[in-house]
Design a protein around this ligand. Sequence first.
Ligand code: AMP
Ligand code: MG
Length: 422
Amino acid sequence: MTEQDFIAASCADDYDPDSMPVDKARHFIRAYLTPVDTQQCVPLRDALGRVLAADILSPCNVPNHDNAAMDGYAISGADIPTEGTASLRVIGTAFAGKPFEGAITRGECVRIMTGAVMPQGADTVLMQEHVRAEEDRIVFGPGARPGQNRRRAGEDLRLGQVVLPAGHLMRPADLGLVASLGIGEVRVFRRLRVAFFSTGDELASIGQPLAPGQVYDSNRYTLYGMLARLGVDIIDMGVVRDDPALLEQALLEASRCADVIFTSGGVSVGEADYMKALLNKLGQVVFWKIAMKPGRPLAYGKIGSAHYFGLPGNPVSVMVTFYQFVREALLVLMGQAHPRPLPLLSVTCTSPIKKAPGRTEFQRGILSQDADGVWTVRVTGDQGSGILRSMSEANCFIVLPEACGNVEPGATVQVQLFDGIV
Ligand code: AMP
Ligand code: MG
């Protein structure tokens, strides 16, 4: 992407009502993102939520030996009768962690517990429920399959196999997976440093009394929450007045200490003029009207080597813009080469929704089970971009694509869940 592209993208913002489509803005941003490259070795537990900087290769087979998947009797598959019954002599017991040292030959078997190493000569485990134990013998009929209930060495992971590739974001199962290889330290990318401040003469910080017309600054708290979930280092720079000199100072300071800078407020029509002049002086920034609701104004660019996102001021718009543009960008910067798009699930919507075609809408929805146990979605009520309660009550976005018009009750819509389980 060249400077010319940047200028072209910048001009696109004046074109209204057909402002910048959501996907186009996403692609534009994506072309500018270069991941952090500093790597560090961290103890395995500290890797949770971090991005791997190197492939993890399996130093061994997991499991290490063929072993029993059930409590029962280890036998040779050749001893399974095709009709009638077979009787085998029990010559020992294999416990998990305490193998049977000998070998079995035809007509013999070993009592075996789940996870115990398969004794030499045995390839099959008969479930204990399928045999009749008689003193030192077992009796059983046909039906078992040779090889049954045996876990093969390396069936989970093979020696030398890439277990997790560089660029992978570590989740709880991954910690266990790496631990199962006996690896206690992993190489990850360093954490991103993200600085943010709120702009607005009307903003008061918690602890100050509210003067008439003032509102408490809530954006720094939602931003904190969203960023903390992504596992970045957070630099909260407070509230900055709508004063070009103060804003310039704050932006320069942020660009010196952070990889990414967020501001909220000050990018909407009417307010954007001095931010535009300021950002053009400090770096390369485009101002967009995105064809979406809520969250229309968005500024994006670079100040020095820092990425800059100018988010709208309205509390719901901040969150929608964050999840629709910023989240994925941060994951790329954290080192995840190809973050998976958030899943969109189709469900029936029980509320009517008024919508004009021409922009993507992110309504706040409540996904719940109806009396028949079927999951349906309804809107939270008033969808104003200043009503933060709508985000707090919701558990999903109802994503209505650009071309979609009014939604009748009973229509299928797509939702994006707020919570994942891992
Ligand atoms: P702006 O984008 O600066 O024009 O702000 C749009 C609306 O969002 C105004 O009603 C602001 O008062 C409100 N707003 C801006 N920043 C914040 C903030 N940090 N916390 C709560 N409301 C805000
Ligand atoms: Mg403002």
